[in-house]
Every structure is written in C-alpha cells, then in structure tokens.
Design a protein around this ligand. Structure first.
Ligand code: 13P
Length: 350
C-alpha cells in the first residue's frame, strides 16, 4: 500500500462529523465491564454486545471506524456474517488493537511500558488479511511523585514509533496513543507539562523511525486537572490548554487528533471536544473522538445482557455518537441531553 493510500484512510477516519468507536477492550477488561451489569463474559455475550453496536441503524453517519479486539476481528454475527463484514457493508472502517498491554517498567514499579513489538510484523500482516485497515497501540503515562520518569517517557515513545513504522510497512494506519492518565491530585498545569513532554518525545521518535506523518492519527488525552485535584479547570480552560499543547507539539502534517475519553463523564468528554472545535484559533488537524467508555457506558447499562433491550441500547449508543458528531463542529449543546439514557462510571482498559 502506498503512502497515499495510508493518508486517505487516515483522512477518512476523521471525515467531517465522524469519529471512531473504541470497542477493543481485552478479555479481562470486557469482563470487568460486564461484571458491572452482572452479565457473564462468554464469547456469545461479547459477540452480541459488539454486534448490536455495529448494526445500530444509521451509526455510519457519525462513526467512521471501529477499533476491534483480536477475538472480534475473527468473530461471526449470530446470522453467520463476519462482524468485520457488517462494518464494511455500513461503510465503517475496521481497525485492530495490536499492543499486548501496559506492563510494569523495569526499575520503576509504579510505571508502565507497553509490550507487543516481538512478532508484531507477522500479526499485522495477518490482521491486514482479516480486513483491518488501521491499528492502535496505547502507551500509559502516570503522573505522581517523581513520575513520569525519563525511563517511562523514552521507553514508551520509542515503542510507539517502532509500532507505527511496522504498521505503515504492513499497510495499516497507526493510531499513536500516548495516554497521560487523568487520575491523581495533579494540577492542570502539570498535566499540560507532562502532555507536552511526551508529545515532543513521541514526534521526535516518529521522525527518527521515518514514520510518514500524513498516514497516522494521534490519540491523546485532553489536558485536564487530575481527578482528585481540588481546583478543577473549566471546560473553556481545558479546551484552550489542550489545543495550545497540540499547536506547540503536533505537526500540521498529521491529519487528525482523535481523543480518548479517559474516565470523563459522557457529557464532559463531548463538551470538551465541542469547546475545542469552537475555539477561534489555528487548528491544522481535525479534532475528533475515539472514545471507548464515553460512547459505550449508557449503551452497556441500557442493554444489561437482554435481547429485548437491544433497541434501547442502540438508541443510547446512537445518542452519544450524534452528540459527539455535533461536537466535531463545535455545535454540541447540553440541551441535547434531555431525556437521554445515562451510564455508570466504568473502569479503564488494562
Ligand atoms: P476511553 O475512551 O474509555 O478512555 O478508551 C479509549 C481507548 O481506546 C483507550 O485506549
């Protein structure tokens, strides 16, 4: 696949009014999510849950792509159609999570480094044959006393760049995800400092590995105050600090920045995205979403494992997708939430 093809997939993923659904929870993570609604994490239940989102009528107006987990990429719907085909028939691009999880970093027991580079070339080739057109690798950066360490910053930036180069070689668009966790007592200023540092290092590493920036997407955190910080930044302050960091550290060649939701409430994740897109400032990249929890929490609760609840669960999912689509234009308004189903707080991916 040419660099040109990679760039057109990347641009299609951030087409106007559309964003990405992250439905790539690993087996242990989806079990925790199902535990919260007292549903067993069987292969059939996992299939039924993902299938109703993929079949949600009209979702392709708001959703450009879906990130899948290995099992889902190989799974068939109840009627025998591969789940990947359902997405493709609806004009939604299938993607795949390819990292093997964030593991303790040697010498830094409270920090993580994401593993999965060994054998990645072969796995990427197989995923491309199975229909994936883009991939995701999530690095996790924790803010705390003496953290992040230099070791954590550099090990994760290097791995992200190695992954991105391998993806482009295999014809997959890499989503590069350096996630600075929002948990902790830190201030918004500290979050801005750490987000700046990791972005600076990641783009340096991508440059050194000859990654073509037109053919990637960046998936970062927003710049929030730590969840336990007594002083919480306003929606406007979050929008301004977040866009400022990107203006300083993300080259204009990158077609899109697709945020993770990171444990924010559904409404706040949408409000922040909308406020960023409403700012009167330079934005050379599309600012979009690649939410897991903030697109799924209300749908998961509405479903509750019951077949008869699928239409209500699909509506809960479509509602969030619609609100985030409006946020792509800076046009989300809290009044859109009137009468909408609510979700519960969900645990992070592992
Ligand atoms: P959340 O939106 O739930 O943070 O997850 C997105 C994701 O894909 C994390 O890797």
């Amino acid at each position: 696949m040419s660099q040109h093809d990679l760039a057109s997939i990347a641009r299609a993923l951030v087409a106007p009014g559309k964003g990405i659904l992250a439905a790539d929870e690993s087996a242990p993570t989806i079990k925790k999510r199902f535990d919260s609604i007292s549903v067993d994490s069987t292969e059939t239940n996992r299939r039924d849950y993902r299938e109703f989102m993929f079949r949600a009528p009209g979702s392709e107006q708001y959703i450009s792509g879906v990130i899948l987990y290995d099992e889902t990429l190989r799974q068939k719907a109840a009627d025998g159609t591969p789940l990947v085909e359902i997405l493709k028939q609806n004009g939604i691009i299938p993607g795949i999570k390819v990292d093997m999880g964030a593991k303790p970093l040697a010498g830094h027991p409270d920090e993580k480094v994401t593993e999965g580079l060994d054998g990645l070339r072969d796995r990427l080739n197989e995923y491309a044959e199975l229909g994936a057109q883009f991939a995701k690798w999530r690095a996790v950066i924790t803010i705390g006393e003496d953290m992040p360490s230099r070791a954590c910053y550099t090990a994760n930036a290097h791995a992200l760049a190695r992954y991105a180069a391998l993806c482009q070689e295999a014809g997959l668009v890499p989503i590069v995800e350096p996630e600075v966790l929002m948990d902790g007592k830190h201030t918004q200023a500290r979050s801005e400092e750490v987000t700046s540092e990791i972005l600076h290092l990641v783009f340096g590493a991508l440059y050194r590995q000859d990654v073509n920036l037109e053919g990637i997407l960046l998936k970062p955190n927003m710049v929030l105050s730590g969840y336990e910080c007594p002083q919480q930044a306003s929606v406007q302050e979050v929008a301004e600090a977040t866009v400022r960091v990107f203006q300083r550290h993300v080259p204009a060649a990158v077609p899109g920045i697709v945020f993770l939701s990171g444990g924010q409430s559904d409404e706040l994740a949408t409000a922040h995205l909308s406020a960023m897109n409403a700012l009167d400032t330079a934005r050379p990249w599309e600012l979009s979403f690649s939410y897991g929890r903030a697109l799924q929490a209300s749908a998961l609760k509405a479903w509750g494992g019951k077949k008869e609840s699928i239409p209500a669960a699909q509506e809960a999912y479509l509602h969030r997708a619609r609100c985030n689509s409006a946020a792509r234009y800076g046009k989300y308004d809290a009044s859109m939430e009137k009468g909408a189903a609510k979700g519960d707080k969900l645990v992070s991916q592992d």
